[in-house]
Design a protein around this ligand. Sequence first.
Ligand code: ADP
Length: 370
Amino acid sequence: MAKVELKGISKVYDGVVRAVDNVDIVVNDKEFVVFVGPSGCGKSTTLRMIAGLEDITEGELLIDGELMNDVPPKDRNIAMVFQNYALYPHMTVYENMAFGLRIKKFSKDEINSRVHEAARILDIEKFLERKPKALSGGQRQRVAVGRAIVRYPKVFLFDEPLSNLDAKLRVQMRAEISRLHHRLDATMIYVTHDQVEAMTMADKIVVYKDGKIQQTGSPLQLYNYPENKFVAGFIGSPPMNFLTVTVLEEDGGIVIDEGGFRLTVDAKYAEHLKKYVGKELFFGIRPEDLLLSADAEAANSIPLTVSVVEPLGADTTLWLNTKTQTMVARTEPSRNFSVDETLHFVPRMEKARYFDKETELAILPREVSG
Ligand code: ADP
């Protein structure tokens, strides 16, 4: 299979729109890499440059060490699966899958064998004689994937392939694509705006914003050690809470003051926050790191008023208010909650993250934040 390297790649549309700005990415052989970020951040443009569907304005694209910038798409040995499937409506499933191989003048036997093999892997053998309009969305999606598989490409590219499916089918297809990745042992690059897809499928996630890479890492690296406030807020659902707080020195220790309450900073962070004494920063805490406490007097206990209760079965999401700010907590569904009641929570301070108010960069170095 293949290794894909992007070195200082940029895309400038019409001489002005810098859609992708100086990105460095290494996709290792057999790796499943997901590009994730909000709409318009440059993910698809990056994928299309890898496919050869867009010219590269600056930088180098290498596949297995070979420069690909000027190699036409058909010679890159890459297969792309599109969001809208791009199936030919007048052809059967079999013909749709065979088409690319016919163009390349493969023998009838070879085509037949590859189409049946892919159909078997994707469990669509019984649909081979149907036209796309006689298939469900999920089945069409499989045909689109099948068309990529039959080519035995070095690299698979997926551009938001599940966004036209309903929520349940999306979850199912997500698992199918992951299984396919293991079964084919293939290098795959996958674009999505959905952080849950990124977290569940990726070996490595590349988080984009405004054409720039914010952070690259494994799902849990990004979740546990976000390098900036954007990544911290983008990865995880419900998202991390951010409170604007003031850092103070109290009895020789470091505390943060929210206005409505004070929290003692975990000892391992205190040294790093000393230089912020008297200044504001963002205190970040994930919804599952707010622990419901029966003891209002417990250390670091904070009073929060319930504004919305969302019972999800396995857990309950609570939307909460401090005096001036909002928070969200994920709690066990062990009891009923009422709107306007005041609850006490103790944040797991060792899990808290802190972000500079100006740069929004995580304040603590990774080795300390473990
Ligand atoms: P994403 O896939 O993350 O949603 P895109 O890569 O499609 O984002 O787009 C990145 C930026 O480039 C957007 O601002 C978009 O409007 C712009 N863009 C995309 N295609 C073109 C084009 N053909 N001409 C001009 N601007 C474009």
